[in-house]
Design a protein around this ligand. Structure first.
Ligand code: PXP
Length: 239
């Protein structure tokens, strides 16, 4: 049975919109765990646009399931990870201007940099996953640099404009899962997965963990809005 890692970056995005303390991703992580999440995923970006260093430190103390830190393969991030020791690090490409992670890590093009980051993290006792497109050459490169897991970027599948290209993208994911399994790599998957497209990917089997953020936090805003408005109506009307 696959496991669910809940990405709580967007909770921090809302907090940063006001620069205050709410909503606190630490509370969100606890609620997600109580609801059955198998892990909490956060991305500490170089520009600190959502998750802050304080969040990472506190989550390390409070998360009871598994803390997965998404990060660039940079000197700064490797240093932070080696001090905080998340349960897993997922190396992702990072561009300052992007809205979210666009495309997978080009492991083939950055063999030296990725190998060094993987080795240093593993020497510190942290398993490493590489966020890559479902491309056989990238899967082989991930194996070559000694990664423990790959996380298959499901964005092209999720963004497919018609049935035919969705099928094509699904086959690429399926082939990447098979190849990774043959090479002995664990397989995670994520990006753009939602309440309507998750079943097709989950039904492929062979995926250890899904990391899902946007669709869960979006749904939480909508399903939680009714209760939140009712509570405020009571206070306004019956003060
Ligand atoms: N996995 C990785 C490596 C990501 O970078 C992201 C986005 O931060 C996700 C999973 C979650 O994607 P989404 O928010 O679209 O569910």
């Amino acid at each position: 049975m696959a496991r669910l890692g809940v990405n709580i970056d967007h909770v921090a995005t809302i907090r940063q919109a006001r620069g205050g303390a709410e909503p606190d991703p630490i509370a969100a992580a606890a609620i997600a765990e109580l609801a059955g999440a198998d892990g909490i995923t956060i991305h500490l970006r170089e520009d600190r646009r959502h998750i802050q260093d304080r969040d990472l430190k506190l989550l390390r103390q409070t998360v009871k399931t598994k803390l997965n830190l998404e990060m660039a393969a940079s000197e700064e991030m490797v240093g932070i990870a080696l001090v905080v020791k998340p349960d897993m690090c997922t190396l992702v490409p990072e561009k300052r201007q992007e809205l979210t992670t666009e495309g997978g890590l080009d492991v083939r093009l950055n063999m030296e940099l990725v190998t060094s980051a993987v080795e240093r993290l593993q020497d510190g006792g942290i398993p490493v996953s590489l966020f890559i497109d479902p491309d056989p050459d990238q899967v082989k490169a991930a194996n070559k640099v000694g990664a423990d897991y790959i996380e298959i970027h499901t964005g092209a599948f999720a963004g497919a404009k018609n049935w035919k290209s969705e099928e094509e993208e699904l086959r690429k994911i399926e082939n990447a899962i098979r190849l990774a399994a043959k090479l002995g790599l664990g397989v995670n998957a994520g990006h753009g997965l939602n309440y309507s497209n998750i079943r097709k990917v989950a039904a492929l089997g062979g995926i250890v963990e899904f990391n899902i953020g946007h669709s869960i936090i979006s749904k939480a805003v909508l399903v939680g809005l009714d209760r939140a408005v009712r509570d405020m109506v009571d206070l306004v009307k019956y003060a």
